[in-house]
Design a protein around this ligand. Structure first.
Ligand SMILES: [Mn+2]
Length: 345
């Protein structure tokens, strides 16, 4: 089923999920032959770790599941994590999904552009992004204030009083650390509680090995490339990548540029087949980059994007490239201007 993409811009409603809601949901899953757990497309560590945790939790409760994704696993640290922890994930093209399947969307929400509409019925959304889930779900748990979906998984294990296996804690700690840039962004007290428990349960040497090795030798040149292309206007940096670059690498380059003292908002752009791929980072309290994406892309139909106030992504559709190019160069004026306006507030 396809659901419309609508975004609430100002209203932030946090529905507290009760343990009884979770128990009811699991009871409803019990008769199913299998449950499909879908991570967002081009999954990151939090998406795969949380899907894995959910799968292990359901197994403990007697329910079989498979973990699927669309797109690619394009970070070496993520393929290392999957390999070293033996996390069973399948590309959706190999999972033989049918319309009878029931799908739980994790670290993403059906209706968003980064969540492929797969065969089957979407019955649940568990996420921490700013999203508008459809109404008719069996279960919905969206916590925008959380740094990672991993923290929600920690609370589910607690709710069922199931002790967390070492491998699950290891994966979830990687997810939490990478989503929060090692607990430096978007962290709430629930994340800190989860962090303490993960640290007690996880294989810390393995966590560090996964997190430390985040790029490959061949990706090194991308840093040189952004260093040469980055331009700054009043604390806002824009770097354009004109060579081949994995999608999730853009965020790493954005994080790198954000370490520059003079920059507090960073936009990394790359031309792709679909148009322009964007990754944004903000350490300025006045600049909510997910909101910038929604206002400059989704609402104007120039493309789509979203994420969190401090970390967002998006795509400008090919047809609207003209709006973002001045004098034959990519200046992304609508985006940069809206950031500058927010920043000068
Ligand atoms: Mn996440």
């Amino acid at each position: 089923m396809k659901f419309g993409t609508k975004h609430s811009l100002t209203i932030k409603v946090t529905h507290m999920i009760q343990t009884s809601d979770l128990v009811n949901f699991v009871q409803k899953l019990s008769p199913l032959q299998r449950v499909v757990i879908q991570a967002h497309d081009y999954p990151d560590h939090d998406a795969i770790a949380s899907a894995y945790a959910m799968s292990v939790l359901l197994k403990e409760l007697g329910i079989d599941s498979i973990i699927v994704y669309n797109g690619e696993i394009d970070r070496i640290s993520l393929s290392n994590m999957i390999e070293w922890l033996n996390i069973p994930v399948s590309h959706c093209s190999k999972a033989q999904l049918t319309t009878m399947d029931k799908i739980i969307t994790i670290d993403g929400c059906i209706g968003e552009r980064n969540v492929t509409d797969m065969p089957g019925e979407e019955i649940a959304v568990i996420d921490h992004h700013v999203v508008t889930p459809p109404k008719n779900l069996w279960f919905c748990d969206v916590r925008e204030e959380y740094g990672a979906t991993a923290t929600i998984m920690f609370e589910y294990f607690q709710a069922f009083n199931i002790s967390m296996p070492k491998d699950v804690a290891t994966a979830l700690l990687v997810g939490l650390k990478i989503d929060t840039a090692h607990m430096t962004r978007g962290v709430c007290s629930a994340d800190l509680k989860a962090f303490v428990m993960f640290n007690q349960q996880a294989d810390l040497a393995l966590v560090n090995k996964i997190c430390r090795n985040e790029i490959t030798y061949s990706e090194l040149k991308l840093f040189e490339h952004v260093c040469q292309s980055v331009e700054q206007t009043e604390g806002v940096g824009l770097a354009t990548v004109s060579i081949d670059c994995p999608k999730n690498m853009l965020g790493i380059l954005g994080d790198f540029l954000l370490t520059v003292n003079e920059l507090d908002v960073v936009v990394v752009a790359q031309s792709s087949q679909r148009g322009i791929q964007l990754s944004l980072r903000s350490e300025c309290q006045y600049v909510d980059v997910a909101k910038v994406m929604r206002e400059q892309l989704n609402i104007k139909n120039f493309g789509f994007g979203g994420g969190h106030s401090h970390m967002a992504g998006g795509v400008v559709f090919k047809e609207f490239l003209d709006e973002f190019i001045d004098e034959e160069e990519l200046h992304l004026s609508p985006i940069i201007d809206s950031i500058l306006a927010l920043r000068s507030f």
